[in-house]
Design a protein around this ligand. Structure first.
Ligand code: ZN
Length: 307
């Protein structure tokens, strides 16, 4: 049960690769793109970005995780990793749970980002399961006022000419459900070149979610945000360790403690000026707290000795 939850949450992320008033009082409103920072007010850790975790740090349900992460002051933001597997388990909260999560988070000035469960795809109509589930999740989480809805595009057939047309239609459909286009943040994946996504960013004023763990998993170095569209539309950054396992396969969503200090330092230098949400996209107490320590120690070292 304990590790089952973490496993399912990992599966939800990985197989996602396959398969106003109140807010203003909380100081969490997202202004439109431009030079305005995405959030207003100080963060828990005096970082310019909001430091976040997934919703599965503790081997417990969503509400317990929110109560502990927010109530004990561990994070600025919580990424809701939601899933509903076909003929399988679902962790979509009911309305009462959502209201309770909103109250706890609001009391502790903690924000949310939401990860849409399935990789979006448009079939011959807008009734593809990925879109139907995306709509349900966006409606269900509305009381939580997520700062971003992070989503993947289904990469099957990405090299074929007709892929782009359905991808554009999928994004256009999802845009109907969000408060403004920049709330939809399209994330790069490890199983296709991020350059395939550039026409989508060019077609719509949507946000960007940059997963640096996925960049590393592709065997690339990450030294500059500019290569990934720059800061202007960057709403969310995902960070997690990546290493080669004993079977020779690259694994991600690991603790940042397995990332070389120089690599982490170069990453934080490249992110200087980022004021969105930085999510440590790992699961379990050990991996989260070790990652947070590695990140904050590096950040504090760079802040006091920037060159
Ligand atoms: Zn991610």
């Amino acid at each position: 049960m304990l590790w089952g939850l973490f496993w399912l949450a990992r599966v939800a992320l990985r197989f996602a690769a396959n398969a106003t008033d109140k807010a203003q009082r909380r100081g969490l409103v997202c202004p439109p793109f431009g030079n305005t920072p995405m959030h207003i007010g100080p963060t828990q850790f005096t970082t310019p970005f909001r430091l976040g975790s997934t919703s599965y740090v503790y081997a417990a349900d969503l509400l317990t995780n929110v109560e502990r992460l927010a109530g004990e002051g561990h994070v600025d933001d919580i990424e809701l990793v939601l899933f509903e597997l076909e003929n399988g388990p679902s962790n979509l909260p009911d309305e009462r749970t959502v209201r309770a999560m909103a109250e706890v988070a609001s009391a502790h000035r903690v924000s949310f980002t939401a990860h849409l469960p399935l990789d979006l795809r448009y079939d011959t109509s807008d009734t593809h399961p990925s879109l139907r589930l995306a709509q349900r999740v966006i409606e269900l989480t509305r009381p939580l006022q997520p700062l971003a809805y992070v989503f993947h595009l289904d990469g099957a057939g990405i090299e074929h000419a007709d892929w782009m047309n359905q991808a554009l239609q999928a994004v256009e459909t999802a845009l109907r459900w969000v408060p403004a286009p920049d709330y939809l943040a399209l994330e790069n994946l490890e199983n296709y070149d991020p350059l395939y996504l550039e026409p989508i960013y060019a077609a719509f004023p949507i946000g960007r979610a940059l997963d640096i763990g996925h960049v590393w998993k592709q065997g690339r170095l990450f030294n500059s945000v500019k290569e990934y569209g720059g800061f202007e539309r960057l709403r969310v950054v995902h960070l997690h360790g990546c290493a080669t396992g004993s079977d020779g396969k690259r694994e991600d969503h690991l603790s940042l403690s397995c990332v070389a200090p120089a690599q982490l330092e170069a990453t934080l230098r490249a992110l200087a000026g980022f004021t969105g949400v930085l999510t440590l996209e790992v699961f379990g107490e050990d991996d989260f707290f070790a990652s947070r320590t590695a990140l904050l120690q590096t950040y504090n070292r760079l802040s006091t000795c920037p060159t």
